[in-house]
Design a protein around this ligand. Sequence first.
Ligand code: ASP
Ligand code: MG
Length: 469
Amino acid sequence: MIVMKFGGTSVGSAERMQEVVQLVKQTATKSCPVVVLSAMSSVTNALIAGAKAAAAGNFNDALRQVDLIRAKHVEAINAISGGADLLSEIEERLAELVVTYKGIAAVGELSKRSLDAVSGMGELLSSAIVARIANAQGLRSQWLDARKFMITDDSFGRANPVWGELVPATREALMPLLEQGTVVFTQGFIGSTRKGVSTTLGRGGSDYSASIMGVAIDADEIQIWTDVDGMMTADPRVVKDARVISEVSFQEASELAYFGAKVLHPLTIKPAVEKKIPVRILNTFRPTEPGTLIKDTVVSDDIIRAVSSKKGITAIFISTPKMLMSYGFLAKVFAIFDRYQTSIDTIATSEISVALTIDQTESLNEIVRDLSEYGEVRIVHDVAIVSVVGRQYREKSGIAGRVFASLKDVNIVMISGGASDINLSFVVEGANADDAVRMLHGEFLSQGGQSNPLSFVIPSGSEESAARS
Ligand code: ASP
Ligand code: MG
């Protein structure tokens, strides 16, 4: 059994959707896949923009977003044959959207719950069209509303799977169809609470949906079809001779996904690791490329596998003489971040100070206020975490030395390394991040300075990765 997930650019037009159906049909000759779809590119953004406009009292702007969304889907439907009744289905959903916008406008406030109800609509629309194309082409298939089985908690905007209920519900919904050879088309990104309230897994969360479903049905492979050739040694927009990495381990992929390689939603790997289900990243625009296979163990001689950077990070420095020779200080600091549900990405400590980085700043003011009780707090905005993912940092000597020696004229704000054997991370000023990545790639990964033989292309905007940034 295979889960095939297609991102927003992969379903960005009728033509792309037809291509998706071709790829699904090819797979269906061997096994019966579950197809997980994103919204058409830019639709989720438009849905959210409309909701914000409605909340701000600009109802006409909200309606303009509805028109944009309608136009995009109608164009796709008109380009396929036999979609007339789909037009009325789309209109029904858009009417529902307008009602929700009206509700938001009436209260003049956008709750996370309403935002989830709105932002998940794009997946329902896109999947209906793709399923119809498949049907028209004679593929034995069935459209399913993922909210019937993707049971989550009520952390709107970033809901978590409730495994105990999600697994049996998913199996019950999918297995009978798959067993009789019916391809299932469903949505990524969305779920619902036990009580049936719509939720989303967070921006770019369709990958995560695919891996959750893969785990629930015990899939043999989870395929993430996107708009790039795979995980790369560095961001090709920054490093000209960045290369696709053909195989990476779960551990390496998690570090990379979290620390800047936006090809995969960071949580995607998490469920797959436990069941050791391989995740394959493939390019819908170049389906014959081998992509990247993420699996349990990988053999490689490379000391450094990839360099990435994550920008828009905030560094927080807390220093206090009170910490000298005392205990319990870190626990108090962590408790504050816990209170505001803000996760810490990297950390470094000395006897009287702690430095750490976060990427969610919604509660920064409250965090600073609470931290100030314990010491002096200094904030540095717009820093970047540079991560050098490699292997055997502990076994091989001299790697860290080479890493830092290669960074000419880059001021290092903070160093955090050694917690994992495979990731050496440090923080630089945002403006230096690209240079740092280029210098490190040049030192460890460039092959004789020749340009990338794959002549890598990112389709316009590479919107899927934008959704994750
Ligand atoms: N459509 C959603 C987003 O743009 C989910 C996804 O594409 O993965 O964030
Ligand atoms: Mg998307």
